[in-house]
Design a protein around this ligand. Structure first.
Ligand SMILES: C[S@@+](CC[C@H](N)C(=O)[O-])C[C@H]1O[C@@H](n2cnc3c(N)ncnc32)[C@H](O)[C@@H]1O
Length: 276
């Protein structure tokens, strides 16, 4: 992974997630055309101050982007999608208009929002937010999403050990992978993978998985999350579990490199942040 020079293609055999501590655009550019089955993204969008009645934007990820910037990165993924590919992009309510515009600018003619019911409210601008949105970006030949446009999965609670800022629940990754019909033979890419939660379902379903993030902490957590053994009946599968638990990512962390400022940005969450 550290050797992902321009012109080199990221690729990974099925079942071995490849994680890059690199900017999303750099990784997406290495992927071949017509390769991505599902681009799933929870981008580092700027969000609104809790007392943001004035409309003030507060950049609480130092690496945060505005939606036009995010749209340009999504366009790189869009250009590399299979004809039956899909994109799933997360936003909060404050970002809904911007995210829709960014998806359309990225080349998704057909974009529809799904609601994620987080089951408990986060912060908001007076009105506390219990829901976020997952925008479904479709191409003319996109596969069909199954299920309903309301997904109800409990958010990761503030007291969760080792929680990554804005970490999504593993179960959300599972539900979305199931709805998108992800399976073997698919390539699922999360260009802003954070702790890797949204890739869990794809890994469990045997897809080829690629994630990127500029934060060393994110990549370390994603590596841990996505390579842990899936043991449904421990008594029957210890050997597989032991093997799978060895760190075997091709996309190794960029060892020895100081983490960017972004990697620590969630360590002291401001009480004025909007919940995500
Ligand atoms: C909203 S978080 C993703 C959280 C993730 N879904 C999870 O469950 O942990 C957005 C991520 O984008 C990363 N990021 C910011 N700028 C980036 C860039 N240019 N390329 C890749 N990742 C970036 C941040 O470090 C952060 O981890």
């Amino acid at each position: 992974m550290a050797n992902l020079a321009p012109g080199t293609r990221a690729n990974s055999p099925a079942g071995r997630p490849q994680l890059y501590k690199l900017p999303a655009d750099q990784v997406l550019r290495t992927l071949p055309a017509r390769s991505i089955s599902l681009m799933i993204a929870d981008p580092p969008y700027s969000t609104v101050d809790r007392k943001g009645g004035s409309g003030n934007l507060r950049r609480w990820f130092s690496g945060s982007m505005d939606w036009p910037q995010i749209g340009r990165i999504l366009a790189l993924g869009r250009a590399r999608m299979r004809p039956d590919g899909l994109a799933l992009v997360m936003t909060n309510s404050a970002g809904l208009d911007g995210a829709l515009a960014a998806m359309r600018a990225a080349g998704f003619a057909n974009v529809r929002p799904m609601v994620w019911d987080r089951r408990y409210p986060g912060l908001g601008s007076g009105l506390r937010h219990q829901v976020e949105y997952i925008l479904v970006g479709r191409l003319a030949g996109s596969r069909t999403m199954s299920g309903t446009d309301l997904v109800s999965v409990g958010a990761v609670g503030p007291g969760t050990a080792d929680r990554y800022p804005t970490q999504k629940p593993d179960e959300l990754g599972r539900v979305l992978a199931r709805m998108a019909g992800v399976g073997r033979g698919d390539l699922v890419v999360d260009p802003f993978c954070g702790s890797g939660a949204l890739l869990v379902g794809a890994v469990e379903r045997g897809a080829t998985v690629i994630g990127s993030d500029i934060s060393a902490r994110a990549i370390a957590l994603a590596s841990k999350r996505l390579t842990k053994p899936v043991v449904k009946t421990p008594a029957k599968a210890p050997a597989i579990a032991r093997k799978a638990s060895k760190p075997s990512l091709e996309g190794r962390l960029t060892a020895g490199k100081p983490a960017s400022r972004n990697s620590a940005r969630g360590s002291k969450p401001s009480t004025r942040r909007a919940g995500r």
